[in-house]
Design a protein. Structure first.
Length: 267
């Protein structure tokens, strides 16, 4: 039998994990991807808040409505050659007496690429995640953490649907300013954004946001193997240490499921 047994029920686990998730802090990542025909670079940062904890014997902790609040900065450009036809002014040749044939050069239209100022937006996403218990002795410390095993489909918040409008609002004035063809370009790009729709947007955001959740590790317990049980009380009363020989974690089923740590010690 273990010398030390520590246990908390689901009510205590909700409090413990809510506090532990806060210690994860703000996470961030940068990268690039494709939003419909637009290549985009992004920086995303966000933080977690805990949902409802369900302890499931023998080793699963389920968090329902695990909430991740995120903010993104998106930068991209529009290559007008992707939307406008390519054409060239034909070469014209005339025969000039005593000179011979003289031809004008062939002139082709190369449409510019228009940079879009950084677009900022944010929302939240929720998921139900199953965590497993992970126990390891690392650099002289016993560490217990919960690690994601399985994540349900992400559910984006209501603010996500408005992001396409934010992007369109950033693009449209710049295209309207293009001489002669600005209104046509604005209509064309608005139509493309409408075609992308919420499904295309979540398809872009999903692979960006999901690694934050699928890679989540939440610390639960962290103590030195050489553990100070009592501090020194004076020159003739030194500190008392014990060794935490083994630490095990489990979910015990009972009238009230509990998260249990079993610790074996030696002097």
């Amino acid at each position: 039998m273990s010398e030390i047994i520590a246990a908390i029920d689901e009510t205590g686990a909700n409090t413990l994990l809510a506090d532990a998730i806060q210690t994860v802090g703000t996470l961030s990542k940068s990268g690039s991807g494709n939003l419909g025909p637009f290549g985009a670079s992004y920086t995303v940062h966000g933080s977690f808040t805990s949902g409802a904890v369900d302890l499931i014997p023998p080793d699963t902790i389920r968090i329902d409505h695990l909430h991740f609040a995120w903010h993104a900065d998106l930068s991209f450009s529009i290559d007008l050659n992707d939307f406008l036809p390519h054409f060239c002014l034909p070469q014209v040749c005339i025969d000039i007496p005593c000179v011979g044939e003289v031809c004008t050069p062939e002139i082709c239209i190369d449409w510019p690429t228009i940079p879009i100022p950084t677009v900022s937006f944010g929302d939240f996403v929720e998921a139900t995640a199953d965590f497993g218990l992970d126990v390891a002795l690392t650099s002289g410390n016993w560490k217990v953490q919960i690690v994601v095993k399985n994540v349900s489909q992400l559910q984006f918040g209501p603010g996500t649907a408005a992001i396409l409008g934010i992007i369109a609002a950033a693009i449209t004035p710049l295209l309207l300013a293009v001489p002669f063809i600005g209104p046509f370009l604005a209509i064309a790009v608005d139509a493309i954004i409408a075609a992308i729709g919420i499904a295309g947007l979540t398809g872009f955001l999903g692979p960006i946001i999901s690694p934050f959740i699928s890679g989540l590790k939440v610390p639960v317990y962290n103590q030195p193997k050489h553990f100070e049980l009592l501090p020194a009380a004076g020159a003739n009363d030194p500190a008392v240490f014990i060794e935490l020989d083994t630490v095990q974690a489990r979910i015990e089923g009972s009238d009230e499921d509990e998260l249990v740590l079993d610790i074996d010690i030696s002097a």
